[in-house]
Design a protein around this ligand. Structure first.
Ligand code: MN
Ligand code: MN
Length: 319
């Protein structure tokens, strides 16, 4: 690992932010990279959310810098609901020492009251229902197959690391069903959690594709990703996952993988967030371009880093 040497060669702000990274265990280092990857993908993708690939080409050539803007008129380095809902969920898990449906619903409700920069329709509708009924489980709906629960699974993946699959499924359902009570959403959430955990355990890409992903596609053929290139992925969790998987499995490093998925446009902040999470877990901190770490809002950077490490602590205390 060239981590220590890298640190010495960098400018002061970078040294401050990444100080101590070389002391992290491989597990904590990858967990941190997954969380920063999620936020970086969100911040990078938000600029081109809802644009088509040709609009992106005309305006940016290849979009590869965190510059803000986009339809949300973000500041450079600002993140959106994908990251802020994950952080809200992570805080609720840390406050309770476990994943609790009511605590998750309350955390998301408080998040919505704080007027986030963006919010999905399914999330808003089901949280408003929760305010009326007090039932944290949204009604089962075949229409609620958006990517809004899948975009915030990282705290679950970290807090349930190395736990049995059944427990992971139940834990995810507690958070996911607050807004998305849907079989396709559940399937996507679960495979993402398990893939992140595989990469945290240092499994390689080919192993994860063969042992985790191919059996998943056999079970849920709707998610098949080895066909037509998925550009303009919508918020439908199937399209989102197809674009993510295509980008992830046809590249071999963090930067190429994120640039690939974000330049497909569509729901680019969310495909960026999910891809960044997977790629961070797979390639680790040293693989994340320093300019992207520096460009992320510093408070978001700190919260992601600290929460990643604290949530791994939860997984250890409940193992
Ligand atoms: Mn978003
Ligand atoms: Mn989005």
């Amino acid at each position: 690992m060239f981590w220590t040497g890298e640190l010495i060669a960098r400018s002061a702000p970078v040294r401050r932010r990444l100080a101590g990274a070389s002391l992290l265990s491989p597990l904590l280092e990858r967990a941190t990279a997954a969380y920063l990857g999620l936020a970086i993908g969100d911040a990078l993708g938000a600029t081109v959310e809802f644009m088509t690939p040709s609009e992106i080409r005309q305006q940016y050539g290849v979009h590869r810098d965190i510059i803000g803007g986009g339809w949300l008129r973000l500041k450079a380095g600002q993140v959106t609901d994908d990251t802020t809902m994950s952080l809200a969920l992570g805080d609720a898990i840390l406050a309770h020492g476990r994943i609790d449906a009511k605590a998750a619903a309350d955390a998301f409700d408080a998040w919505m009251r704080a007027k986030p920069v963006d919010i999905g329709n399914t999330i808003r509708r089901n949280l408003i229902t929760y305010r009326k009924t007090g039932n944290p489980e949204a009604p089962l709906s075949e229409h609620d197959a958006g990517n809004g629960a899948a975009m915030r699974v990282l705290p679950v993946a970290l807090a349930t690391y190395s736990q049995p699959a059944d427990g992971i499924r139940i834990a995810n359902a507690a958070q996911a069903h607050t807004t998305h009570h849907n079989a396709l959403s559940d399937a996507a959430c679960e495979v993402l959690i398990l893939m992140v955990q595989d990469f945290l355990a240092c499994k390689d890409t080919t192993t994860v594709e063969h042992e985790r992903l191919i059996p998943f596609i056999d079970r849920y053929p709707v998610f098949s990703y080895n066909r037509k290139r998925r550009d303009n992925p919508s918020g439908y969790v199937v399209e989102t996952l197809q674009a993510v998987l295509q980008a992830f499995f046809t590249t071999n490093n963090f930067e190429d993988c994120l640039v690939d998925v974000i330049n497909r446009g569509g729901d680019a902040d969310t495909t960026g967030a999910i891809t960044g999470m997977l790629a961070g877990a797979r390639y680790g901190l040293a693989a994340i371009p320093r300019r992207w770490c520096n460009d992320l809002e510093s408070d978001t950077y700190r919260r992601c880093r600290d929460q990643a490490q604290a949530l791994i602590g939860v997984s250890k205390s409940s193992a």
